[in-house]
Design a protein around this ligand. Structure first.
Ligand code: HEC
Length: 100
């Protein structure tokens, strides 16, 4: 009885973090593989200048399309096979933010 109450409270607490965590989690499993280190010339996560340059030159819609279709050394969908356009946009925004 006590145990299940603890489990319930624990999962309720987790729920409130699920949204942000799901994005981070997804990022860690997919884009981070290349974008954390800048492998093969990928713009690095937290490199605000590199991302802003691409965002200014091409715009968010093109970046989302290129993430989906692949570009040069980047494979189509960047390993996130169930990502929607919205997900790609959120992931790009996450990578374009200064690293905290
Ligand atoms: C296998 C390595 C790899 C993975 C995984 C990867 N990328 Fe990339 N990505 C690259 C490389 C390399 C480039 C640079 C391409 C170039 O030369 O312009 C790039 C460039 C990009 C660009 C810029 C495209 C442009 O038009 O300038 C976006 C946006 C992007 N990646 C999004 C993502 C997202 C979102 C994910 C995760 C869902 C992801 N990438 C996963 C390798 C990767």
């Amino acid at each position: 009885m006590k145990k299940s109450l603890v489990a319930l409270l624990f999962s309720a607490g987790l729920m409130s973090f699920v949204q942000a965590d799901a994005l981070e989690d997804r990022y860690n499993r997919t884009c981070a593989v290349c974008h954390a280190s800048g492998a093969a010339g990928a713009p690095r996560t937290g490199d605000v200048d590199a991302w802003n340059k691409r965002l200014e030159e091409k715009g968010m819609d093109t970046l989302v399309a290129n993430a989906k279709n692949g570009i040069k050394a980047m494979p189509p969908k960047g390993m996130c096979f169930d990502c929607s356009d919205e997900d790609f946009k959120a992931l790009i925004e996450l990578m374009a933010k200064p690293k905290s």
